[in-house]
Design a protein. Sequence first.
Length: 362
Amino acid sequence: MSKYETLSKQLMEQIAQNLEQGLTALPTEAKLSARYGVSRQTVRAALALLKQKGLIESRQGSGSFATGLAPDLSQNRIPILIASSQEYIYPRLLADIRSSLSEKGYQLDVLPTDNHINIERIHLLSLLENPPRGLIVEGTKSALPTPNFDLYERLKTAGTRLLFLHGCSPALSDEVCIKDDNYYGGYLLAGHLTALGHTRIAGLFKLDDAQGPERYLGAACCLRDLGLTLADENVGWFVSSDLEALQKKQDTSFLALYCKERLSDCTAVICYNDEIAYWLVKELSYEGIRVPKDLSVVCFDNSYLSDLSRVRITTLTHRPHEMGRRVADTMAQLLKGVPAVSQEIPWELVHKESDAPPGGAM
């Protein structure tokens, strides 16, 4: 083995140790030459080899820095635990994360959980057999305490960097999380409806994922601040099993019950997401309730479902690809050993056809 290859191997070991401490900068060529007792030419050849392998990058006027990639390519595969790889928003989100990670030299492995605690546990136990350097997690039933807390702790002890997506269990609330600004989103939708003249507003939210209570709270606090109320009798809650029955069997029984019991005297409703709003608009038509003439409907996510609805649904959106880029950037930062902070991505309103002043008059 040549001198520069020997040095590159030594530097790889040092880089790995430095990343554990959050150190990415390499010493200058002069310092490396003195430390390892080799010529500057040998140092340059070793650094060129590391750069060729994608392990370091040069910055004009600043020197060489570790990229965070591992020499073993298998260690640069990042698993993601996510509710689904197919339904609703997930294909677009996963494509954005995969593309952004790929630009940094990482590959994404998708492990669907169907939002089931037991499936999540099976995946975590499998990952513990060969702990990954990093793990992206959409927490299962994130509004509830998780019995899988022990496995996350074991992965952390094994050196796995955790990054949560959309929300995490209360027991894991100190972990870094990239999520929607759900409180602000609820506040924004409620404010939009009241600006149209609505004063009796209903809500339909998911109970067992963290986004649901957060979106409810934002809407309720907006109405409170305006001297109005998101009344308990006008708020409906559904859980993962209701959503699963809707997706697999088109079982809309919980929506039919909601229409009958929760919408009395209301002129508008805030829905948890586009999927629920899409099916609610259908159910309302069966009940003879016209959107938006009789009832305005607004929601979150701006997916294709908001446009496929018989009445295009006013919804909230993020800037294109923003969630995926932030997830990839934050994971890359964690893999370099650099501290990262949780982030909330703001919403923007996309006005379509499902909302109007009370009575449907524009």
